[in-house]
Design a protein around this ligand. Structure first.
Ligand SMILES: [Zn+2]
Length: 190
């Protein structure tokens, strides 16, 4: 196959050289306006072409590589005893990109909760202003246990509104969200 980035022939969908260049994690922390702490691992501009593959059937391969490379940097965090909840892990194209992230994160000792937190509305926020995002909430529903400690995982953080809304929904069920983990932070680089 060819590397998704540089098109060289490679055994992996992202070649070793491109993984070194674009997928060497550098963790960054941001406190979202709602007070939730978010940690991100990559520069958004470096992984944008990889993120776009979630709209294609082979995106799961790319997301698995990104997750593996990203979460290596989090092995210093003690996630034991926590649950990891992927944000809206409804499968499209036969997989859910956030479920892939949760599965890889679970290797650090937390337990994934698949299919519990789903959005009822899926309007695209891409390129839309904040006012549009506020007017069109995701309307999450949660179907899982309460009285647990959890981390939320998503691919990107933009305004933080999606994570805020997800956390508000979870709080109603007694889920204490300790932090959010995402591959990249879009907002801080614009
Ligand atoms: Zn490459």
């Amino acid at each position: 196959m060819r590397c998704h980035s540089c098109r060289v022939l490679a055994v992996s969908p992202i070649c070793a050289k491109c993984r070194r260049i674009y997928l060497t994690p550098s963790p960054k922390f941001r406190v979202l306006p709602c007070g939730l702490k978010a940690v991100t691992l990559f520069r958004y501009e470096n992984i944008e072409p990889f993120l776009l593959t979630k709209h294609t059937p082979r995106g799961w391969l790319i997301y698995r590589i990104m997750a593996r490379d990203a979460f290596k940097a989090l092995s210093v965090l003690d996630l034991t005893g926590l649950f990891v909840i992927p944000v809206d892990d409804k499968p499209r194209w036969g997989y859910s990109h956030t479920a892939i992230l949760a599965k890889e994160l679970a290797k650090l000792g937390c337990r994934p909760l698949f299919g519990r937190l789903r959005a009822q509305k899926r309007v695209s926020y891409s390129g839309k202003p904040l006012s549009f995002r506020i007017k069109n909430p995701r309307d999450f529903i949660y179907r899982g246990d309460g009285n647990i400690d959890a981390v939320l995982v998503d691919d990107i953080v933009t305004t933080g509104l999606t994570l805020q809304e997800a956390r508000q929904t979870l709080q109603k069920y007694g889920v204490r969200v300790k932090m959010a983990i995402a591959l990249a932070d879009v907002e801080r680089e614009r």
